[in-house]
Write a protein that binds this ligand. Structure first.
Ligand code: FES
Ligand SMILES: [Fe+2]
Length: 388
């Protein structure tokens, strides 16, 4: 643990909510802290780095930088997504530097070694001298690309860099069980991303954790989202606290489907009929927030770019291709995206304001409302426990 972190301050987070403090300022402003956090909170965990629909076809490739670690995401010829460390086994050249669609190989620009989409090193030109492409002294099989443990769930790409987290199916089970009345395994297959208005991103000037903390609570509805508050106020919301502690958030009992004339989106066929107005907003720690509604689903994930800067990515999905991409519902999709973008923009003032406040030495991590801040406290405890 870096010197800058005080175990006593972290233990104060774990106290009962009435007397607990939040995470100390260092966790939001210190570069030394970030170097430690990335190991314990990102590399040791199932961390989100994107969505599968951004690389729909075999050979589609994008890069990602996870707190300094360069990665390649590629869809292989069996349509499976694979994640590799973006580095050539030979002299360590970074293999891919921008999104592309590859035909058959990942070819290193430096000396042209090539890997197939499963990461196997398949050619090593001139390795044994001019026109001699083999070397008895060199074992190709030991020099494949280094694959990162990964799993796709609801189109979300999770990776576990340090390969030490529990099996993903077990990891996600408590959330799947929670949502089994809404969306079962069969219905999960119905989600389709929207090509036209499905994606946007926002750059925010704050630590990634503020976005999660803010997402976990509905306390700020009347002040930050006055319009939303007219439809669904604090009393229409309930807390979500996952056990074991891997996720937290809030739900609404007043979700209203978007309807224009006789136009509306398809709904999930197995959604419990007396819960059509329920929608749930869950932050799955560390860095993905998901929103589930009877007629759409979104993935809002965070790319931390420094201690006080974050890129937020939003991808929206609908039930079946007609709703996701059909011409008839285009305007409705546009409106839905605008709605969510406005909500996320409203939140920026809140989360950037917290970042500014964290530079004050007079602040000790603050406190929590014992009634309104339970899910936020849950997240602070999750972070603190992983750091300890
Ligand atoms: S560094 Fe990639 S082929 Fe030499
Ligand atoms: Fe908000």
């Amino acid at each position: 643990m870096p010197k800058i972190l005080d175990v006593k301050k972290l233990e104060a987070v774990n106290k009962p909510i009435e007397v607990a403090n939040g995470l100390p300022n260092e966790c939001y402003i210190s570069e030394d802290y970030l170097a430690y956090e990335k190991e314990r909170v990102f590399f040791d965990k199932w961390t989100v780095i994107g969505v599968g629909s951004s690389i729909p076809n075999p050979g589609d490739t994008i890069t990602y930088n996870l707190l300094g670690i360069p990665l390649i995401l590629i869809r292989d010829k069996d349509k499976e997504i694979r994640v590799f460390h973006n580095v050539c086994s030979h002299r360590g050249f970074k293999l891919i530097d921008k999104p592309c669609t590859l035909k058959n190989f990942i070819r290193c620009p430096y000396h042209s070694w090539s890997y197939d989409f499963k990461g196997n090193l398949v050619s090593t030109p001139h390795i044994g001298g001019l026109n001699n492409h083999q070397s008895e002294k060199f074992d190709k099989n030991k020099n494949n690309l280094k694959e990162v443990r990964s799993k796709i769930w609801m189109d979300i790409i999770f990776i576990n860099i340090n390969s030490n987290e529990i099996d993903f199916d077990e990891y996600i089970k408590p959330l799947e069980e929670r949502w089994s009345n809404f969306i079962n395994k069969e219905d999960q297959r119905l989600i389709v991303h929207s090509n036209d208005y499905g994606y946007f991103n926002l750059d925010v000037k704050c630590n990634w954790k503020f976005a999660i903390e803010n997402y976990c609570e509905s306390y700020h509805l009347p002040t930050i989202h006055p319009e939303l508050n007219k439809v669904s106020n604090i009393n229409d919301h309930y807390h979500i606290q996952g056990l074991p502690n891997r996720f937290a958030g809030q739900g609404s009992k007043k979700y209203q489907q978007l309807i224009k004339g006789n136009k509306k989106f398809n709904t999930f066929p197995n959604w419990e009929k007396n819960m059509l107005k329920n929608s749930e907003y869950v932050a799955l720690f560390p860095n993905v927030m998901i929103g589930l509604h009877v007629d759409h689903f979104y993935v809002f994930w965070l790319e931390p770019t420094s201690i006080n800067k974050t890129k937020e990515h939003m991808q929206i999905y609908y039930v079946g291709n007609d709703s996701a991409n059909g011409e008839e519902l285009k305007e409705l999709r546009k409106e839905n995206t605008r709605f969510w973008k406005d909500v996320m923009l409203e939140d920026i003032s809140a989360i950037e304001g917290m970042q500014d406040g964290r530079n004050s030495p007079a602040y000790n991590g603050g406190n929590f409302s014992p009634v309104m801040d339970q899910p936020t406290h849950q997240f602070h405890k999750w972070v603190a426990n992983n750091l300890i």
